[in-house]
Design a protein around this ligand. Structure first.
Ligand code: LIP
Length: 289
């Protein structure tokens, strides 16, 4: 990695994300839906595919020796290798996009040795850019350092705003783990719950991670999403002082492609919040195992 110019790569990734933005904002997703993937709530549109093509073509032209992993071209069995790899979700928040709810992002990361080192998350509707380079800080619109305000200590979960996502699994073990844990998080302390301030589901893993990096969200917990949903946001989170652990209790160092994640914002008390949260997780997710 020593000879990679991460700043130059970052700048190119930002320019690509911005140049793809029009394709998303001008699309009419209800007429371009091209079907579903796993089930009727796992959506994909022609725009997702077109934007990924645009991005991958530009990246391959400029960095022909790098690998590319993208949501729309992923095949079961593809793995993230140690080679420099662009990891891309062309539209993170496809359900929002289809419903014209403008909370979507282009999520573009670079992983080296399977670790995220550059992250670019761009919401083309609000023109909001989050980005980071490993060791060089995380920024909003390239100028405002993240987190947005100096982090206060994390006390207990009952002072936290927590992002969670239902995802597309609507039955089975992992659906039960999620729904029971949501109840545990919301329930009163007297009933053994976390009594969190609130649960939020915005529908974009990348933007959830940027919300934690910014400091507005304290925790984000999800299982079932993929490396392309989290690679870019991961380095933005870490550069803003946050940490990423497993959504299942016990693993402090998940892989980028582990498919189970919990992000905690910067501030004293991260370890205690993780342990308190893990104590409320109902069972264990099977995804990624
Ligand atoms: C989505 C995520 C969302 C998660 C979904 C899905 P997509 O990505 O960002 O947070 O709950 O399972 O992975 O499908 O919009 O690119």
């Amino acid at each position: 990695m020593a000879d990679l110019n991460l700043r130059e790569i970052h700048d190119f990734m930002v320019s690509i994300a911005k140049s793809a933005a029009d394709r998303i904002t001008s699309a009419k997703p209800t007429t371009s839906s091209s079907g579903s993937k796993k089930n009727s709530v796992d959506l994909v549109t022609e725009t997702d595919q077109a934007v990924e093509k645009l991005i991958s073509t530009s990246l391959r032209d400029k960095y022909p020796d790098f690998s590319f992993m993208g949501e729309e071209t992923y095949k079961p069995g593809d793995t993230l290798t140690a080679a420099p790899t662009f990891v891309c979700d062309p539209i993170d928040g496809t359900t929002n996009f289809v419903h014209r709810y403008p909370y979507v992002s282009i999520s573009l990361g670079l992983a080296v040795d399977r670790k995220p080192v550059v992250g670019v998350v761009y919401n083309p509707f609000t023109q909001t850019l989050y980005s980071a380079i490993k060791g060089q800080g995380a920024y909003l619109n390239e100028t405002t350092k993240l987190p947005l305000t100096p982090p206060t200590p994390l006390e207990t979960l009952n002072s936290c705003l927590v992002a969670v996502e239902w995802g597309s699994d609507r039955s089975g073990n992992d659906f039960t783990v999620k729904s029971e844990t949501f109840k545990n998080l919301a329930a009163t302390k007297e009933n053994g719950g976390g009594m969190v301030h609130g649960l939020r589901s915005f529908g974009s893993a990348a933007l959830n991670l940027c919300g934690v990096a910014s400091g507005g969200l304290d925790v984000y917990w999800e299982a079932g999403c993929w490396a392309w949903d989290v690679c870019a946001g991961w380095v933005i989170l870490q550069e803003a002082g946050g940490i990423m652990v497993d959504a299942n209790p016990g693993n402090w160092e998940p892989r980028v492609d582990e498919r189970r994640y919990m992000a905690v914002r910067g501030g004293e008390g991260q370890k205690e919040i993780v342990e308190e949260f893990w104590g409320l997780v109902h069972g264990n997710f099977e995804v990624g195992i």
